[in-house]
Write a protein that binds this ligand. Structure first.
Ligand SMILES: [Mn+2]
Length: 313
């Protein structure tokens, strides 16, 4: 499955690794993991990682991202990870590279690179990079394993999402043999700061329930100003504050956008398909996680009624 990828790597003296913008644990985990794999197995090649800083995942990135000049791309191979679309790729200079490779686990939309391995059966891109190491018989250091492990753990929702398979565990077991301080990884993943905790506390106080126990909070534009966070953050970043509540199968974050006056809705569920409701209101997403932007509070409340009706006994 990876012959062509290995061939491209063998031919290149300089390899520059890209991943998507606003990086999550899988973007950084697969990027840093692949960097270590290549450094350890091809010690004479120049290996670079690029993109905006790893922010909260800098605990796996270590030294941080590299500064790469345009001229370095001339004879380089650019490897693009975890990115379904060109607009998502952090640092679009991958276009300057002589050759390009892409490894991804998102649904294929269009060809981006010369050589592509796209497989949606993988829970994470880090899992795909791990399979590459297994298939090619590469040696895997503890640093490489730790980064890849973090990617698998975060993109599988701590081995909880439906995308988790027996292969996920097989690859994870393989990585664990290289020595991973899993406590170090989990301490860093679960770490929170007091500001975030205080915002959560304020949002928790706003949680209300419909008749059939859909949990929700509604943040007006004035309240959003008081919280000091972005619309996007209030809606997507905190919606799962309501997850795992006893007796709650659907939960929704409503946030007024102070600029547009519209209401951003983030819908989540533990086992009910809420996607058709998001679609009805012009949104979309997945069965258990969807979103929509509606015109006003009345429309948002109509959506809430529809969600409540899904749970009608
Ligand atoms: Mn991913």
């Amino acid at each position: 499955m990876f012959e062509a990828v290995l061939e491209e790597i063998r031919k290149a003296d300089t390899i520059i690794i890209h991943r998507h913008k606003a990086p999550d644990g899988d973007a950084i985990g697969s990027q840093v993991g692949l960097m270590h794999l290549l450094l350890d197995n091809f010690p004479h090649k120049k290996i670079r990682i690029v993109g905006e800083p790893a922010s909260r995942f800098s605990f796996i990135a270590g030294k941080g991202m590299d500064i790469v000049s345009d001229s370095e791309y001339e004879n380089a191979l650019a490897i693009i990870l975890d990115s379904a679309d060109t607009a998502l790729i952090s640092d679009d200079r991958y276009r300057l590279a002589k050759r390009t490779v892409r490894l991804d686990h998102h649904i294929f939309s269009s060809q981006i690179a010369d050589v592509e391995v796209i497989d949606t059966s993988y829970e994470s891109c880090a899992g795909l990079v791990t399979e590459f190491a297994i298939e090619c018989g590469l040696k895997v250091s503890s640093k490489a394993a730790t980064a890849l492990f973090t990617g698998i753990v975060t993109d599988s929702g701590r081995f909880r999402f439906d995308s988790t398979t027996s292969d996920t565990f097989r690859r994870t077991a393989f990585l664990l043999k290289s020595g991973i301080d899993t406590n170090f990884v989990y301490i860093n993943l679960y770490m929170t700061d007091i500001e975030t905790l205080r915002i959560k506390a304020k949002l928790i106080m706003k949680i209300r329930f419909t008749g059939n126990k859909v949990a929700y909070y509604y943040v007006s534009k004035e309240e959003l100003g008081d919280l000091g966070i972005s619309v996007h953050n209030a809606a997507r970043g905190y919606v799962n504050t309501m997850a795992d509540l006893l007796g709650v199968r659907i939960w929704v974050a409503f946030t007024e956008n102070p600029e547009t006056g519209k209401v951003e809705c983030e819908l989540r569920s533990s086992d009910v398909n809420i996607n058709p409701i998001a679609v009805k209101y012009g949104g979309g997403g997945h069965e258990k996680a969807s979103g929509a932007i509606v015109a006003d509070k009345d429309t948002a409340m109509a959506m809430l009624d529809d969600l409540d009706r899904l749970l009608e006994p």
